[in-house]
Write a protein that binds this ligand. Structure first.
Ligand code: ATP
Ligand code: MG
Length: 592
């Protein structure tokens, strides 16, 4: 097929869109692949749709290859199944809810566990029907708090979601392993550099779970790796509790006057000046920092949470969000401090924190739930807030002088921190979540009553797996990892066209030679984009680089000498080829 740029529905832009920060977002808009309709909502133009279709096809082939069968559910769904599993509420503000003319509640599907479970329940009744794996490639809706980076985090996006159904745990593990293999092949074929990391299962529930992250400095996820092979999303890292310490020689706790020391830095400086230690200077890690957040639960309740952690660490918001999901995290504002007068901003200490006996609710004194870092264990000794302006307490010993309501590991991790499994120092990097596989277990089957008869004629609950690939996100992630300063640079397997032919100059002979070459390539089964526009060579070259087809053929000045120029977009390599051999040469390049 020959597609002529003179009539193709594409307009390239010289300016970056004002709302775009990441290169993939800027370039996909500038090169005429997508157009923004509303925050996190995009239209696909012909070029973009071709890339999306290629990603879909790769995903489809690999899902078919493991025996999964394609179906398609509606995006517009009734409330009842989501009510039965609790997700109508649990999804909170992320769910697009709407009503029909009879005021019946509906939603736009954010993911489809409920619908697949019910469909299988409808049609299957015996262990003989299992194992089963079903998938769809379909539009999902999530009212994301922070739609970002164009297709990377949309509010409407395309996902491949699949679900496995098995009679027992061994079956589920095998189904999970098959999906894992398929995902490896999918992300290899997409050409992404990725890591497989341990993950949390978020709003889904369930147990074993891994994510496929495309390694990218612009990714929203942070993961850690160790030389010994540990790899995890920071959200899923659980550091072991520190060893208890003998504190029998620590003096009794004493409150000191520490004016103007509301920050850790000022507190350490002042402590070294006024209360120097004999053995070594005070450090930030000797202080216990107590940070308060407001947790907002899906049912609308708001409850504060205090987190105590060593003063040299900050709370990692993403780790915290993952740990408290489905609650959302908000800052503890001035109005909140007014509502909790026992909390003295900048000088909060354990004495004002913790529910203790009142666990499960707030005590009359306005106590708030208090969770501490795994480093805060029995015998550790701290400088921390004394709950009076300008005062701190010294030699406050965990277990002796205070306790918390439990452990919460949400501190920021650092390069060099020990791996939780003892496999060496961690290093941190960022990635884009491309896929997520997990063993759901029986949560959905139980909630919706999906049971089949087993070999003994006994009804048993089916166990399920759930597996997602971000299909539209993949378009952006590949653009993010392959572009250069000139524009997009698609890998061959995803490019909208195999070849872009650029005819330059005013000479009729040039245009007819370009047409002829396009015809020959097209006859060989190659997808050709022919730039037959009456525009300057500079404009045409710049557009070819911006659009990013893997091979460009320039038919122009060289033609008088019987030559065309073949350019490789990714490497920049150029070769002059006799026009008579051009079709064969380009065909060989395209076929690899
Ligand atoms: P994230 O942590 O990025 O919000 P998630 O864990 O909520 O993603 P899943 O429910 O696991 O996502 O969805 C499966 C896949 O769908 C993800 O791995 C990701 O590739 C893709 N995806 C999820 N949310 C979005 C979105 N808002 N826009 C585009 N793709 C998305
Ligand atoms: Mg996920």
């Amino acid at each position: 097929m020959i597609t002529r740029l003179s009539s193709y529905f594409v307009r390239t832009l010289r300016e970056d869109p004002a709302d775009a920060e990441l290169p993939s977002h800027k370039l996909l808009v500038r090169a005429g692949y997508i157009r923004r309709v509303a925050p996190g909502i995009y239209s696909w133009l012909p070029l973009g749709l071709r890339v999306l279709a290629k990603v879909e096809q790769i995903v489809r082939e690999e899902m078919d290859a493991i025996g999964a069968q394609e179906v398609r559910f509606p995006a517009l769904l009734p409330r009842e199944p989501y009510e039965a599993t609790g997700r109508w509420t649990e999804y909170g503000p992320n769910l697009f809810r709407l009503q029909d003319r009879k005021q019946a509640d509906y939603l736009l599907g954010p993911t489809h566990e409920e619908m697949f479970t019910l469909m299988v329940k409808d049609l299957y009744s015996s262990y003989k029907d299992l194992p089963l794996a079903l998938y769809q490639i379909q539009t999902k809706y999530r009212d994301e708090a922070r739609p970002r980076a164009g297709l990377l985090r949309g509010r409407e996006f395309v996902m491949k979601d699949s679900y496995s159904f098995d009679i027992d745990d061994a079956g589920l593990e095998a189904a999970y392993a098959r999906h894992r293999g398929a995902y490896i092949r999918i992300f290899d074929r997409l050409g992404l550099e990725y890591v497989i990391v341990q993950a949390t299962s978020g709003a889904m529930g369930g147990s074993a779970s891994e994510e496929f992250l495309a390694v990218s400095p612009n990714g929203e996820d942070t993961f850690v790796r160790s030389p010994g092979g540990y790899a995890a999303n920071v959200e899923a890292v659980v550091r072991p509790l520190a060893e208890p310490v003998d504190a029998s020689d620590v003096p009794a706790a004493h409150v000191e006057d520490t004016p103007d020391s509301p920050t850790i830095e000022s507190l350490v400086a002042l402590s070294n000046q006024r209360f120097p230690r004999p053995d070594r200077p005070w450090q930030a890690s000797d202080t216990l920092k107590n940070v308060i957040f407001m947790l907002c639960y899906p049912d609308g309740t708001r409850r504060p949470l205090a987190i105590g952690l060593p003063g040299d660490r900050d709370v990692d918001l993403k780790r915290l969000e993952a740990a408290v999901a489905p609650a959302e995290v908000e800052p503890f504002g001035d109005a909140d401090f007014e509502a909790y007068p026992a909390l003295v901003k900048g000088y909060i200490g354990p004495a004002a924190l913790g529910l203790g006996e009142a666990a499960g609710g707030e005590s009359p004194a306005g106590q708030v739930r208090y969770l501490t870092d795994p480093a805060v264990v029995a015998g550790t000794r701290w400088i921390t807030g004394a709950n009076q302006p300008g005062h701190h307490v010294y030699d406050l010993v965990c277990g002796r002088d205070f306790s918390s309501d439990g452990v919460l590991d949400v501190a920021e991790l650092r390069d060099g921190d020990p791996s939780p499994d003892g496999s060496g120092p961690l290093s941190l990097a960022r990635g884009i979540e491309m896929g997520h596989i997990f063993q759901l277990g029986r949560k959905y089957a139980e909630a919706l009553g999906l049971k089949v008869l087993d070999v003994n004629g006994k009804l048993v609950t089916v166990t399920m797996g759930s597996y997602g690939v971000g299909v539209s996100r993949a378009v952006a992630a590949v653009a993010e990892s392959t572009h250069d300063e000139l524009g997009l640079a698609w890998p061959r397997q995803l490019a909208p066209f195999d070849v872009q032919i650029v005819a330059t100059g005013k000479d009729e002979a040039v245009f007819s030679a370009a047409e002829e070459l396009a015809g020959q390539l097209s006859a060989a089964g190659i997808d050709v984009l022919l730039d037959d526009r009456k525009a300057s060579p500079g404009v045409k070259f710049a557009d070819a680089e911006l659009l990013g087809m893997p091979t460009t053929v320039v038919v122009g000045r060289g033609l008088v000498d019987g030559l065309v120029e073949v350019r490789d977009r990714a490497s920049g390599e150029r070769a002059d080829v006799p026009v008579a051999q051009a079709a064969a040469f380009v065909t060989a390049v395209v076929r690899g």
